[in-house]
Write a protein that binds this ligand. Sequence first.
Ligand code: NAP
Ligand code: 3JN
Length: 347
Amino acid sequence: MSKKSYHVAVVGATGAVGLKIIDLLEQETQIDIKEVTLLSSKRSAGKTISFKGREITIQEAKQTSFEEVDIAFFSAGGEVSKQFVSYAVASGAVVIDNTSEYRMSAEVPLVVPEVNAHTLTEHKGIISVPNCSALQMVTALQPIRKSFGLERIIISTYQAVSGTGIHAIDELKHQAMKMLAGEEAKASIMPAKNDKKHYPIAFNVLPQVDLFTENDYTFEEVKMIQETKKIFEDPNLKMAATCVRVPVVTGHSESVYIELERIATVDEIRKVLSSAPGVILQDSPSKQLYPTPLYAAGRTDTFVGRIRKDPDNPYGFHLWIVSDNLLKGAAWNSIQIAVTMVEKDII
Ligand code: NAP
Ligand code: 3JN
């Protein structure tokens, strides 16, 4: 059988996620890429990005950009997906969308390959990539859930600024330099680009990721809860989230409390995690071994440590989960989806 080759498009090619997708596509050996189309807004059209030794000119995304495209990666925000995804699908492309635009649609698989690759066969042209904070959490919890059942999750996140995009990284660095020089640090992005007030993120911690919803949870918290229930196919799962922004460039960290359905020991949990796909156990208090975002940044796995039994609940455990929010949290998960679909011959 002759190997298929694919025309791939990246929408949001100049962004924090898009640039990682391009990096990973360059290294990818499972997908035979015959052509790459790089798309952005008018602002970046005409600039070039190097791909496998060729300079590729970025084009402004248009309804007609997807003719002949087989796989289209979208990471340019929900509005851009809303504007162009239907045209990409109508042109025959499979869309792998990093935005929240279609995640909760019943006909759109919301996929983390380590957890629910089986749902890919149900796709109707669009596959959604979950929110990064939900994504790394479900990757780490799936093996525990499979072995011991899962009743409840209570999570607090410590999210890196790159989750807000390339300009937020610049804001953190700029503020840090200003503050170290004893100058005033202006804030114009954090905690949420479209909110009324902005606070410095350098040398600070902000208990707000995205805008607030009507019930005082933020959209990030709501997305985490809804998406986790969809991925685990468990509407009865009890879950609450507090999402917090910290002055870290890359790598989201999460303090996670879980209540299991069956009693387990810490050693049993370590054992299931040590052989779980996409998970690396880093849990040895006597050696001060635990995951940190600086270590996780640039790696595609999800790291788990600080596993402890709850002192008051025999079904309760505490964990610390860290992953690169731009890789497993977005770009790497997108590539894994494409590779899985190529392997299953459904693309
Ligand atoms: P970013 O660094 O700000 O990049 C935004 C990208 O979108 C840039 O390439 C920008 O192009 C492009 N863009 C903006 N307006 C556009 C338009 N009208 N038409 C075409 N392209 C346009 O943001 P990011 O961090 O990469 O994130 C982008 C999106 O990905 C987010 O809004 C979110 O929906 C999604 N995301 C998902 C996750 C996840 O959890 N899975 C994580 C991060 C991000 P220009 O250079 O022309 O401005
Ligand atoms: O802030 C973070 O750390 C993750 C941000 C994700 C994000 C940012 C803007 C828009 C999303 C997302 O993927 O949930 C969206 C979106 O809703 O598309």
